[in-house]
Design a protein around this ligand. Structure first.
Ligand code: SD4
Length: 343
């Protein structure tokens, strides 16, 4: 067997093995969406910034319609329309651009970046967000596909089950709308009892930490299947769907956004890392806060700090006992899939 020359190998890897040295750059994203990790990593290799990498990575998933949960052509709302939520956050400047309930435009993460770079606002929603996008040169396209039309037809055939209505008449567990307020409002925590398809909920959340430790985080999703029109989830909300601070690190969440956004888990995870907590523990502690109130919520989070350390956590529920995520850094030759056991 031919022996590899030791000296050149040592020269390449030795700097990475020095204790305390940051292992950067880092790309980490939710779920086994490898094409997204590849796209982000290649953007960095081509000299792009961390912002470019997050935009390219999330765009890849939008084009690939990752798991039917990102991009066009899936998860129709109650009227059959697919709408998109996305955000991007620059941890150097603490600027955020986000879109919610975006109609007709496929590249939600790029529109989010345009909100950040071409307005002084943080979040644009609905029809007006789409008009903004069109004015900025994004093409208006139909986000409906045969798949989304079939999903919608099937849902109508099943009397609009499952749906997100409560305390209305007619009984939303049996009938379609239109709904009117019910005579009694039952207080207390409502939670969709049975998630028929737990994997119908797979946002891409991505954190990129550039070679000089610039932290950028982003998300993109088509949100909850059969959502009430107008619903905006956690993904475009800073601190909920994702958060980035180049003084600390970043976090990005996926799962039942209606519940998770009440707890700003990405913000909490970054704040915990700011106190010195390691990324895995920060992820876990951020989810524990939600679990205390909603033990059955479906959700996971990824966390990374500016040394290149990373971790993830997920809430253990039927159908989710392990959570997969992707990582690329100078130690991995290509993006690798990691798994964490849910707790
Ligand atoms: C939402 N959090 O709109 C998103 C969906 C999702 O994993 O993450 N799925 O609620």
């Amino acid at each position: 067997m031919r022996r590899l020359p030791l000296l050149p190998l040592l020269l390449v890897f030795l700097p990475l093995l020095q204790p305390g040295r940051a292992v950067l750059p880092l790309v980490i994203n939710t779920w086994p969406f490898q094409s997204a990790t590849d796209a982000a990593w290649n953007a960095l290799k081509d000299g792009g910034s961390a912002l470019d990498a997050v935009e390219k990575g999330c765009s890849r998933c939008e084009q690939d319609m990752c798991d039917g949960s990102v991009g066009y052509g899936s998860h129709p709302d109650e009227t059959g329309e697919t709408t998109l939520d996305a955000m991007i956050m620059n941890g150097d400047t603490m600027e955020v651009g986000a879109v919610g309930n975006l109609r007709r435009i496929k590249s939600a993460i790029s529109v989010a970046r345009a909100v950040m770079e071409h307005t002084a606002h943080t979040l644009l929603v609905g029809e007006s967000a789409s008009e903004f996008a069109e004015n900025m040169g994004f093409p208006a396209e139909d986000l409906t596909t045969n798949t989304s039309m079939t999903m919608f037809a099937e849902w109508l055939r099943q009397n609009c089950q499952p749906n997100y209505r409560k305390n209305v008449f007619p009984d939303p567990t049996k009938s379609c709308g239109p709904y009117k307020p019910g005579s009694k409002v039952q207080r207390g925590r409502w939670h969709q009892q049975e998630r028929k398809d737990i994997r119908s909920h797979d946002t891409i959340g991505m954190i990129v930490i550039g070679p000089s430790a610039q932290v950028v985080a982003g998300t993109s999703t088509n949100g909850a299947n059969h959502k009430v029109p107008g619903r905006v989830g956690d993904s475009p909300i800073a601190g909920a769907g994702a958060y980035a601070d180049s003084a600390v690190g970043g976090a990005a969440a996926t799962g039942d956004g209606d519940v998770m956004m009440r707890f700003l888990p990405s913000y909490l995870a970054v704040e915990l890392m700011r106190t010195g907590m390691d990324p895995s523990s920060a992820c876990k502690t951020a989810l524990s806060r939600i679990k205390k109130h909603y033990p059955g919520f479906f959700g996971a989070i990824i966390c990374a700090n500016t040394t290149g350390m990373y971790g993830a956590a997920c809430n253990k529920v039927p159908g989710l006992s392990q959570f997969s995520f992707m990582v690329s850094n100078p130690h991995t030759e290509s993006p690798i899939q990691k798994k964490v056991d849910c707790f």
